[in-house]
Design a protein around this ligand. Structure first.
Ligand code: KG4
Length: 340
C-alpha cells in the first residue's frame, strides 16, 4: 500500500500544503503573502498572522485537490526550521493538532533538506529523472548559499557555505539599494535579460576553499553606483539593464567558480541546484552550459519547486518516514539549524 504524506511548510512568507502518494505529487497548494511588499521585506509578525489565516484553507484545499481523506494519511511532515520562529510555530502547532486528532504520526523536516531533495518530487505522467547518489547540490536562497554533498536522502555534508550574506540576500539588498523593488531576485533577473552582462565589472571575493562571500560585491556595486550618480544623476535610469546584467553575471561567476572547484575536488558530476535563486534564468542557463561542456548530469527543479513549497517537505518527510523517524508531540520549532 502506498504511503500518503501531507507536507506542511510555513518557514517564511508562504503557507503551503502538499499531498504525495509515495513520491508522486497529488497536490501542492501555496498561499503567498503580498502584505510584505509594501515594507520591502518580510515582516515576521505579519507573516505569522497570515499563516494563521491561511493554514486551514490551504491544508483543506491540498487534501481535496488530492482526493485524499484525512483518515487515509500515513504521516504529516512539517518544516521544523530554519526560518522565522513565529511562522514555524503556526505550521508546527497545526501539524501537532492534526496528528493528535487523526492519530497519525508526524515527521519533522529541515527546510534546507527539502530544497536539496526537491529533485525527487515525482509528477504524474512525467518521466522520472533524478540525481543518483552521491550528488552535489548548489543550494541558493535568501538565507543560504551552500554546496552540499548528498550521500543518500538522509546523509548530507556541507562542503562550502557563505561566510556572510546569502546570494539571495545580495540580489534583494542590491535591488532595494538601486530602488528597483522587492523581492530583488526576480526583478534583477528580468532586467538582466535586456542588458549587457560584460559592460560593468564588480570586485569578486578571494575566499579559501569552497566557501562563499557576497558582502564585498554588494559594497562594490554600491560604491560604483554612488560614484557614477555623482557624475550623472540619470546614470541609474539610463543603465539599469546593463547594471543588473553585469551584477547578476558577477554573482553567477562566484557561484560557479566554487561549484566547478567542488566537482574537481570530489569527482562527482551529478549536479543539482535548489532554493529560490535556483529560479534565476541566468544561473539555470549557466549550470546547463557548464554541464554540457564538462560532462555533468544536471538537474534543475521546475520553477514552482524552487521557491518555498510543501511538495519538497512532503518528499523529504517521506524519506524520514521510511527510515522510521517520528517526531514527538512536544517537539518545538527552531529558527536556526547549524547543520543538516
Ligand atoms: O528559497 P526562498 O523562496 O526562501 C528562502 O530564502 O528560504 O528564496 C527566496 C530568495 C529571495 O532572495 C529571492 O530574491 C530569490 O530567492 N529569487 C531569485 C529569483 N527568484 C527568487 N533570485 C534570483 N533570480 C530569480 N529569478
Amino acid at each position: 500500500m502506498a504511503d500518503i504524506i501531507l507536507g506542511i511548510e510555513s518557514s517564511c512568507d508562504d503557507t503551503s500544503a502538499a499531498v504525495i502518494s509515495d513520491r508522486v505529487l497529488l497536490s501542492n497548494v501555496i498561499a503567498s503573502q503580498d502584505v510584505h511588499r509594501a515594507y520591502g521585506g518580510v515582516v515576521p509578525e505579519l507573516a505569522s498572522r497570515a499563516h494563521e489565516q491561511n493554514i486551514i484553507p490551504v491544508v483543506s484545499e491540498a487534501l481535496s485537490r488530492a482526493g485524499v481523506a484525512p483518515s487515509e494519511l500515513s504521516a504529516i511532515a512539517f518544516t521544523r526550521g530554519p526560518g522565522l520562529l513565529g511562522s514555524l510555530l503556526v505550521g508546527t502547532s497545526f501539524a501537532k493538532a492534526l496528528s493528535l486528532s487523526l492519530e497519525v504520526p508526524m515527521v519533522m523536516v529541515n527546510h534546507l533538506q527539502g530544497h536539496v531533495l526537491a529533485g525527487f518530487i515525482r509528477q504524474q505522467g512525467q518521466p522520472v529523472r533524478e540525481p543518483s547518489f552521491p550528488y552535489l547540490c548548489l543550494l541558493v536562497s535568501g538565507g543560504n548559499s551552500q554546496i552540499v554533498k548528498v550521500n543518500s536522502p538522509l546523509d548530507f555534508e556541507i562542503l562550502g557555505q557563505t561566510i556572510d550574506d546569502a546570494v539571495g540576500e545580495a540580489f534583494d539588498k542590491c535591488s532595494k539599494m538601486l530602488g528597483l523593488g522587492y523581492p530583488g531576485g526576480p526583478i534583477i533577473d528580468r532586467l538582466a535579460k535586456e542588458g549587457n552582462p560584460d559592460r560593468f565589472h564588480f570586485a569578486k571575493p578571494h575566499i579559501d576553499g569552497l566557501d562563499y562571500s557576497f558582502s564585498g560585491v554588494k559594497t562594490s556595486l554600491l560604491y560604483f553606483v554612488r560614484d557614477e550618480m555623482a557624475k550623472d544623476p540619470l546614470f541609474m535610469d539610463k543603465n539599469k539593464e546593463d547594471i543588473c546584467a553585469s551584477f547578476q553575471k558577477c554573482l553567477i561567476d562566484i557561484l560557479m567558480d566554487k561549484l566547478i572547484k567542488a566537482v574537481r575536488q570530489t569527482g562527482i558530476k551529478e549536479i543539482a541546484i535548489g532554493g529560490g535563486v535556483a529560479a534565476n534564468s541566468g544561473l539555470r542557463a549557466r549550470v546547463e552550459a557548464e554541464g554540457r561542456k564538462r560532462g555533468w548530469n544536471t538537474y534543475l527543479p521546475e520553477l514552482k519547486f524552487t521557491t518555498d513549497n510543501a511538495a519538497m517537505i512532503a518528499v523529504a518527510g517521506y524519506f524520514h518516514y521510511l527510515a522510521g523517524e517520528r517526531a514527538p508531540l512536544d517537539i518545538a520549532p527552531v529558527s536556526r539549524i547549524a547543520d543538516f
